[in-house]
Design a protein around this ligand. Structure first.
Ligand code: HEM
Length: 456
């Protein structure tokens, strides 16, 4: 099959290519999986088969292949992979990791809480949390002291998702909670890199931090559930909607199902949005011409008043820079599936149990579909450019039935926060600060993102 290139004419073949991979390369792959996936795509093309340890791996880099797995034949592809089984150690059987009938039941019960109108209802919470963060920056602004923007984003997105989910004022506890959630995410990364980990009962500092973090979250969630059940909770929270939702047998979720879903939403909705915002501020600091264009739009639309959710449709450049940041640094940089039964994809045999690897990071920099694959170029998202691309050239939120349930939440959050910050401040990278993309649970800057903040 041939595809029209946007600026240079290169054809792409969907023929499967088998690659021999020495097991000796596994440590190198673990050290830098993004470089490995990118290298494979550049060297071997769109559709690659290689052994990796015990697995038969199929790496899909072409949008049509990705569409097959995420949409066309999605029922044949489960989340029974190391990536999701490791996450399930934290989240239990939540939406992100569950499958089949149970997943469908849960998704149907939770989906209404993420209806766009409901998400827009969280706009003021998002703006209040942003304003509190900005107030906290005052001393750093006055003394020109750099702040770690990655840490700031982690704290504020946790506050926001915590409030929307549980209705708790997490402001005071945000740091403690961030550490708890980070300890757990650190544990997930550790587990995904060590096939045979030390048992949790062994009191290593990491294991201890993980257990304490999980306990803290458990306590918090149980308290919130109790408050709701006793009529003391905020009736608008996502939790309160989950507490009243019933399935088609008129059954409510059990306490442990609720707990798993709440932890899932905290984990899935926190670091992803933070990572997206962190890279957005980094990319803008490196591209002053784009930033100027963006500021002209924000100033023109808002004329100095604070943004609201009603402004978002009138800020197309804001939407394009966010989309472009999520293209270059998709927080969920890899998506895996397991083939349940054998399948045929574009003529190639996929055996049952094969491990499917799809990387938004790799495909979203695919030179056949992007005019400037490695540059920050928001015009990639002008309507005519979008129309010219296959649908799955861009999938930062996944796709098909398993599309991110929080995609609207994240877009509104990033739009409002980005606008509110940039309306008042210019963020500049500290000179010589090394910025290295580290593919953990999401892509994070390895040494944080130290930036100085000037009032505009
Ligand atoms: C920029 C921010 C975000 C990004 C890039 C992102 C990305 C993704 C991706 C790629 C998936 C699909 C994974 C797969 O198919 O294997 C996903 C699923 C999910 N996301 Fe997000 N996400 C973001 C924000 C959020 C937020 C804010 C929430 C909730 C408050 C959330 C909750 C979930 C849940 C529960 C799932 C599983 C959905 C299901 O399978 O039914 N995400 N996300």
């Amino acid at each position: 099959m041939l595809f029209i290139m946007i600026d240079t004419a290169v054809s792409h073949s969907l023929t499967l290519k088998a690659v021999n991979l020495s097991p000796l390369r596994i440590p190198e792959i673990q050290r830098n999986p993004l470089a490995f996936l990118q290298h494979n795509a550049a060297k071997h093309g769109d559709f690659i088969h290689y052994p990796l340890g015990l697995w038969e791996v199929f790496q899909l880099n072409h949008p049509d292949l990705i569409e097959h797995v995420l949409v066309t034949n999605q029922r044949n592809y489960s989340k029974n992979t190391v990536q999701y089984n490791t996450l399930a150690k934290i989240t239990g059987r939540g939406l992100l990791t569950s499958d089949g009938r149970f997943w469908r039941r849960q998704r149907r019960m939770i989906q209404p809480a993420f209806h766009r109108q409901r998400v827009l209802g969280w706009g003021q919470t998002m703006l209040n949390a942003t304003q509190t963060m900005l107030d906290g920056w005052e001393t750093a602004v006055q003394t020109n002291t750099p702040l770690d923007i990655d840490e700031e984003m982690m704290a504020v997105t946790l506050t926001i998702v915590g409030e929307a989910l549980l209705g708790l004022d997490l402001q005071a506890d945000a740091n403690k909670l961030t550490h708890a959630v980070l300890a757990m995410l650190d544990y997930v990364v550790y587990r995904s890199q060590r096939p045979v980990p030390l048992p949790l009962a062994v009191p290593t500092p990491r294991n201890r931090r993980f257990r304490e973090g999980l306990q803290l979250l458990d306590d918090l969630i149980n308290q919130a559930i109790q408050d709701h059940e006793q009529g003391r909770g905020n009736p608008n929270t996502i939790l309160s909607q989950m507490l009243t939702a019933v399935d088609h047998d008129n059954q409510k979720m059990s306490r442990s199902e609720l707990r798993d879903e709440v932890i899932t939403l905290l984990v899935a909705g926190h670091e992803t949005a933070a990572s997206g915002l962190t890279w957005l501020f980094y990319l803008l600091s490196q591209n002053p011409a784009v930033e100027d264009e963006l500021l002209a739009e924000i100033d023109g639309v808002l004329n100095g008043r604070p943004p609201t959710t009603d402004d978002l449709p009138n800020l197309p450049t804001v939407q394009r820079v966010i989309a472009e940041a999520l293209r270059l640094y998709p927080p969920a940089w890899v998506i895996t599936r397991r083939a349940i039964e054998a399948d045929t994809i574009f003529g190639a045999q996929i055996p049952a149990n094969a491990l499917i690897i799809m990387s938004p990071y790799t495909t979203q920099r695919h030179p056949a579909f992007w005019q400037k694959p490695d540059q920050f170029y928001p015009d990639h998202f002008l309507p005519e450019a979008e129309k010219a691309r296959p649908r799955y050239a861009y999938f930062p939120f996944g796709g098909g039935a398993r599309l991110c349930i929080g995609d609207q939440f994240a877009k509104v959050e990033m739009g409002l926060m980005g606008t509110a910050v940039l309306q008042k401040y210019r963020l500049q990278l500290l000179p010589n600060h090394p910025v290295i993309a580290d593919p953990l649970v999401t892509i994070r800057p390895k040494h944080g993102l130290m930036m100085t903040i000037q009032r505009r």
